[in-house]
Design a protein around this ligand. Sequence first.
Ligand code: NAD
Ligand code: 6OD
Length: 484
Amino acid sequence: MIDHFIDGEFVEPHSGDYFPNINPATGEHIDDVAEGDVTDVDSGVDAAQRAFCGPWQALSKRKRLDALERVAHGIRARFDEFLDAEMRDTGKPRSFASKVDIPRGAANFEFFANIARSLDGKSYQTETGDGAGAVQYTTRNPLGVVGVVSPWNLPLLLLTWKVAPALAAGNCVVVKPSEETPSTASLLAEVFADAGVPDGVYNVVHGYGPDSAGQALVQHPDVAAITFTGETSTGSQIMRDCADDIKNISFELGGKNASIVFADADLDDAVAGTARSTFSNTGQVCLCSERVYVERPIYEQFVDALKARAEHLTIGDPFDEQTEMGPLISHGHREKVLGAYEKARDAGATVVTGGSVPDLDGALAEGAFVEPTIWTDLDEDAWVNTHEIFGPACHIRPFDTEDEAVELANDTDYGLCGAVWTQNLSRAHRMAHRVNAGLVWVNSWFLRDLRTPFGGVKLSGIGREGGRHSLDFYSETKTVCIKL
Ligand code: NAD
Ligand code: 6OD
């Protein structure tokens, strides 16, 4: 059973209801998860408020941040448990989760603890009419209780990306992990307890989103801010639900990211990088490239090379070291992705590779697998070119000029990131400037430095998290003016 974690204890849901947790690689029922409701959320928020006003604030900043560093060590000490839990919940391969998800879970705590140690305010000397002057300075104050609503694609990574800075800034949290991936949030609760973090600082209420724990958390009047990662349509609903209380919000939402490959790029790097940016985590990373634009002289060569990469991916058991691609998160999501594959075919796409489900034996035959898929020859307004698929698929189209590439890349409602492949330095800078997104990678993809601001424009989000930007969001700046 996976229960809520409230006020330092695992507790059963008020309703007594549990829902199943399914391994998407096999369809196996792995656990039962507490289904939270308004009453459970009330308990979580109440515990967080008491901890905020009591033991968490009573600790010195140094002791609070030391405790977060112990959480980082605690994750590392139980690395294999976190890894197994994440692989079972998501079906993501060991080769990915052991390098990305779990290390980043620990690194997020260490990084934000460190950066918060050196945070400073500003001071100003102010002239006054009487000549005495005044000094003004700023302080940062925590918000109180922060609600964290997180998705299933990088469960521990994205939950800790928000929990760590929220706590480093002095807040307490109530988290609502995705209903698809409850396990690592609960393991993390054990790590918090072992690290000696006071009860009520980190609370977990499991459940669904609308009319369930997620919405109750967002609407709770004593929650000061909501930090959310997930679908754009969910973000819209959450924004409406936060409006009455004018809650602070930070949103990391969907993407329809473009990868632009110029003829002067290092072709091997561009193909390998685009394969990574399209197929990593079975295409379930908000930063994945689903639209690829290739300069005409190398178009055919590029399509053939990406096809070869897709066809050589080892698909299968997430626990096998050799596996490069696991299943999608669920059969429900597979229906959506296969629906997109069908829409592409109906719109007249040339299916370069994939488009269906792979043949797998034994237990894996029950898994939510799909083939990595590449299309060409679709119009830009085709459904799969305008909607986020969140699966291992992309459309490739040729272009002739830099202006055309910019126009194609920017012709979307989203603006999370872009990738540009070129050896021309001036062009790299021009394109980085002209692609309308929160983040542009040149000759790389998903190369992260946690100090940098992360977030999207247009339908891809509101605000920036990362480094000091996160700490800005999770605190209020106060100005103090002292007349001398
Ligand atoms: P989702 O929006 O369906 O769910 C995310 C979380 O929100 C879950 O915990 C869910 O239970 C909760 N939720 C749903 N409706 C709610 C409501 N009305 N009120 C409160 N909570 C609610 O997203 P998902 O399917 O879990 O994740 C995939 C999506 O997330 C994709 O669109 C992807 O692009 C996006 N994403 C974006 C980023 C980013 O950094 N921009 C990162 C990861 C994922
Ligand atoms: O690396 C990160 O910090 C981050 N927020 C990644 C988001 C990935 C989206 O799926």
